[in-house]
Design a protein around this ligand. Structure first.
Ligand code: C5P
Length: 231
């Protein structure tokens, strides 16, 4: 029962303010993309990785990563959902598909293995989550508060998100909307999405502050490959 991981890495990462696309920013001498792929391999739970990169970078990334038999490189699109759709086209006859943001470069392999284990245990859709520490408000277009959801009911969602491949394909075919995570599309099919325990290290590098944090964590750990999880 093959497991294919899609790694969307085609975003420009404007909020990060670097001069290369976000996934190609280096953390401790390796790109975020390379670190994300390493984490997937190190989990021992993934058979193949499909990396989705900006169209103009396909040849370069193939030269860097694609020589390995277990990695395929394809061109992404303008929205994240377009990039995941392009990756799905390259996922072949996978039984399970994981979608893992390159920007979550420090995700511990144990989180990845837990997602796959929960799929193998029978869940159709699995997402790693962590508790929310801030109180979250909804607001209207003018900034006025419209509600305060109970914090204990809320979770912050990470990747990799894991799916029965047929269900994720159906979500992309039938729902077809732009979404900030893949589980949202699957939820709209009425499929139950199961949460499992995520890890603070699976944070998404989005802002310059996140980049400082990621580099400090790697510096503090020496080589950076042996970060201990925050569980
Ligand atoms: O922009 P955001 O931080 O939500 O991006 C999450 C992940 O999706 C990143 O790894 C980014 O490279 C990827 N992405 C993509 N194609 C896009 C936009 C984002 O592969 N068009």
């Amino acid at each position: 029962m093959s497991v294919v991981a899609l790694v969307p890495a085609a975003g420009r990462g404007v909020r990060l303010g670097e001069d290369v696309p976000k996934a190609f920013v280096e953390l401790g001498g390796r790109t975020m993309l390379a670190r994300a792929v390493d984490g997937l391999r190190d989990s021992g739970a993934i058979d193949r990785v499909v990396v989705i990169v900006p169209p103009e970078m396909v040849a370069e990334v193939r030269a860097d990563l694609g020589s390995a038999e277990d990695v395929v490189v394809v061109a992404g699109g303008s929205e994240r959902t377009d990039s995941v759709r392009a990756g799905l086209a390259g996922a072949g006859d996978a039984r399970f598909v994981l979608v893992h943001d390159a920007a979550r470069a420090l995700t511990p392999p144990s989180v990845i293995a837990r997602v796959v284990a929960q799929l193998r245990a029978g869940s159709s859709a699995v997402i790693p989550v962590v508790p929310v520490t801030d109180t979250i408000k909804s607001v209207d277009a003018f900034g006025a508060v419209t509600g305060t959801p109970q914090r204990s009911d809320l979770r912050a969602v990470q990747t990799p998100q894991g799916f029965d491949a047929a269900i994720l394909r159906r979500a992309y075919d039938e729902v077809g909307a732009v979404a900030t995570d893949d589980a949202a599309l699957v939820e709209r099919l009425g499929v139950t999405v199961q949460t499992i325990e995520g890890d603070a290290l699976a944070f998404k590098v989005t802002t310059p502050h996140d980049l400082v944090l990621a580099r400090a964590l790697l510096n503090g750990s020496g080589s950076g490959r042996e970060l201990s999880s925050c569980e």
